[in-house]
Design a protein around this ligand. Structure first.
Ligand code: SF4
Length: 83
């Protein structure tokens, strides 16, 4: 799945969230935890389920990092969708 599927990416590969100096490359977007769009792999699928059931709000009340971004990145890399 390429970076063009993220809803935060505008024309001329401009990231409206300002990540990576507004000019992320494909690898930046593949590892970005703010990505929103079609699933890039299993990590995105798991994240969608977690958000759907509200588990993310429960975890965000805790002070320490949950490791969700790391898990998402690893699962997307290992079980990536084919374009
Ligand atoms: S994946 Fe991340 S860096 Fe890339 S456009 Fe989306 S929000 Fe910006």
């Amino acid at each position: 799945m390429s970076q063009k599927n993220c809803k935060h990416l505008m024309v001329k590969k401009f990231c409206v969230l300002g990540l990576f100096d507004h000019k992320p490359n494909k690898d930046d977007c593949l590892s970005c935890d703010k990505y929103e769009g079609d699933s890039r792999g299993l990590g995105d699928d798991v994240t969608k389920v977690i958000k759907k059931i509200g588990l993310d709000k429960l975890v965000s009340k805790k002070k320490k990092p949950c490791g969700c971004a790391k898990r998402r990145k690893a699962l997307n890399k290992t079980f990536a969708r084919k374009d």
